[in-house]
Design a protein around this ligand. Sequence first.
Ligand code: GRF
Length: 219
Amino acid sequence: MSKSATNKIGVLVSGGGTNLQSVIDNIHLGEGNAEIKCVISNVADAYALTRADDANIPRYVILHKEFSNRASFELALIKTLDNSDVDMIVLAGFMRVLESTFISHYPGRILNIHPSLLPKYGGLSTHQKALENGDSSHGCSVHFATTELDGGPVILQASVPIFENDDAEILAKRVLEKEHIIYPKCVEWLCENRIYYKEGRAYFDNEPLKVPLQLEQIS
Ligand code: GRF
């Protein structure tokens, strides 16, 4: 049987890049038949860039501040991604809102990880919000990115307990450990066509997901 074509991934980052690292590590294990063609950061000193260098992945800095509006920034991202010949996008702690210029260029081919159990707590400060609301659990979600911020269909979630003396930092660490499990798994599934996006829904093994998958179901 002939080997299927390698999936070509572009990763957008803004920070430490631990999620990027988890995806790199999983690909190095041979999962998903994928290659990260480029990493782009909108923050010049993001540690994620060092991770890209260490993995010999071409990396670029595109500063949103140098563009007069979102659309021109997004066009610059697209130009670099298209020059790198990518066919799917992984948002890994990318802290800029992406609008239709970008999203419509890669229909159904953009994954995002968000540190909450969506639809709870879209946007920022999710750990603080969960603590302030007195929640007993929190977690993270991988979803297809759409033009609705943190609003695209969710594929896979993982939950963690919240303990009495938790602060936002401790909780963030607990959630991040789960992010590093569920994000590489979803990237792998996208590469294997086990998940796809169609008409506003996420599909898993050709079935529309009525509710997001949970980590306990798959491990
Ligand atoms: C993660 O919690 C991610 O979900 C959020 O920002 C954090 C980035 O972490 N969007 P890293 O840069 O992948 O280490």
